[in-house]
Ligand binder design. Structure first.
Ligand code: C2G
Length: 133
């Protein structure tokens, strides 16, 4: 069984996220998503999520490409995750190009093109503008 892992916040889940998960799954048979916890998001990414960890986990678990959701508590857990889950391939969007090349000593590292024109920030902006009448 070929295992793939990816990491992210996945808040206000949108089709850009689903595109990433669908393409990530194509690299193997089993896709693990390490989902950033609320604490990690705030402390390390200064992100305040609309949906909390449990709600975001529930949404991800409903996606056909996702086989397991685990918490992402810190930047440093990736090597342990790859070893513990015997991961073959690490996949993430190319906004992170090069940032995780250190994992190449442990698994294949793939950066996939992001889906253009969609982001959680964009969604929030659009909703705010709509609210302005
Ligand atoms: N993504 C994408 N296209 C978009 C938006 C997001 O392909 N339009 C991808 C990102 O590149 C990432 C995944 O969807 O691979 C999740 O995006 P975020 O939730 O924004 O993830 P991020 O905050 O970048 O967290 O340790 C790694 C971090 O946890 C990654």
């Amino acid at each position: 069984m070929k295992k793939v892992i990816t990491y992210g916040t996945f808040d206000l889940l949108h089709y850009g996220h689903v595109n990433l998960l669908q393409r990530a799954k194509e690299f193997g048979d089993y896709l693990i998503v390490a989902l950033s916890t609320d604490e990690f998001n705030w402390q390390e990414k200064q992100k305040v999520c609309y949906f909390n960890f449990e709600e975001r986990k529930r949404l991800l678990e409903a996606i056909r490409y996702v086989d397991l959701v685990i918490p992402e508590n810190c930047w440093e857990q990736k090597v342990n995750d790859v070893k513990e889950f015997r991961v073959d391939t690490f996949v993430i969007g190319d906004d992170w190009e090069g940032k995780f090349d250190f994992l190449k000593s442990y698994c294949e590292v793939i950066y996939l093109p992001r889906t253009p024109e969609i982001s959680t920030t964009q969604i929030k902006e659009n909703l705010k503008n709509k609210g302005r009448g």
